[in-house]
Design a protein around this ligand. Structure first.
Ligand code: ZN
Length: 264
């Protein structure tokens, strides 16, 4: 299944993308809930061609939880120690943007803005204090692409990461939420800048697998439907310049594409 959020004739809706006679068609959910991924009981079956809508960020999270250093090679490239337990932080929902929206570099405050392509789980069911041994899969409605845009200089200067990772437009997400991925087996995560491959990792190299991450986070905070958990970035992070186009490609999800500009 592939879910999306979209704008059509100034109306915003959740949708289900299906192949109908070789064409990609969206069924519009008529449910008003913030996370209507699976609730297509009340749906507009007429369908809209995918090409006729503007895709938005496919989620409206109450929080964006991100894992730091979940790939050994990435921890090494930034000269960080290999963590012995998951390290997580939050990005503000105000940083969220959708596919094709501009990432705006705050050049008045930072000289170094980096991309970080990440596989991201979308929560489908409220989740708090998951016990050891409980299957986490029923809590995940699907997966999407996320770019954890970071001002590397401010991250190093501040010691904590709220400012460095919290600027408006620093959290592109999308283009769709897809199920059927298996991060335990290994999902390919790639980042391209201007068409050139910069990151090429697989979730098979996670230091902490998805179930450990969700269990760990849920001991602290309730994960609500629509919340997202970005699973960390593979090696190969690097800088973005104005005029660049950055793409996060995940097999089974698609490509999240965003142009980069300097903010006014
Ligand atoms: Zn990250």
């Amino acid at each position: 299944m592939r879910y999306c959020r979209f704008e059509h004739q100034s109306k915003t809706s959740y949708g289900l993308i299906e192949d109908v006679a070789g064409k990609e068609v969206i069924t519009r959910s008529l449910t008003k809930a913030a996370t209507a991924f699976s609730d297509f009981d009340r749906a507009d079956k007429a369908g809209l061609p995918l090409s006729s809508v503007r895709l938005l960020a496919p989620v409206e999270p109450s929080k964006i939880v991100c894992i730091g250093r979940n790939y050994r090679e990435h921890a090494k490239e930034l000269d960080h120690p290999i963590p012995t337990e998951p390290l997580f932080f939050l990005k503000p929902p105000s940083s969220l943007i959708g596919p094709e929206e501009e990432i705006r570099r705050p050049m008045d405050l930072s000289q170094r803005v980096d991309y970080e392509g990440e596989l991201t789980a979308v929560i489908g069911k409220r989740c708090y204090r998951l016990p050891e041994g409980e299957d986490v899969r029923p809590y995940i409605v699907g997966y999407t692409c996320l770019n954890d845009v970071t001002t590397r200089d401010l991250q190093n200067r501040d010691g904590q990461w709220t400012r460095a990772k919290g600027f408006d437009t620093f959290c592109p997400v999308g283009p769709v939420v897809a199920d059927g991925l298996d991060p335990w087996k290994g999902v390919r995560v790639q980042t391209l800048v201007n068409g050139e491959l910069r990151q090429n990792g697989t979730t098979a190299d996670f230091l902490f697998p998805m179930d450990v991450l969700l269990r760990f986070i849920s001991q602290v905070m309730t994960l609500e439907p629509g919340d997202i958990v970005a699973t960390g970035t593979p090696a190969g992070v690097g800088q973005l310049k104005a005029g660049d186009v950055v793409e996060v490609m995940i097999e089974g999800v698609g490509t999240l594409r965003n142009p980069v500009v300097d903010r006014k």
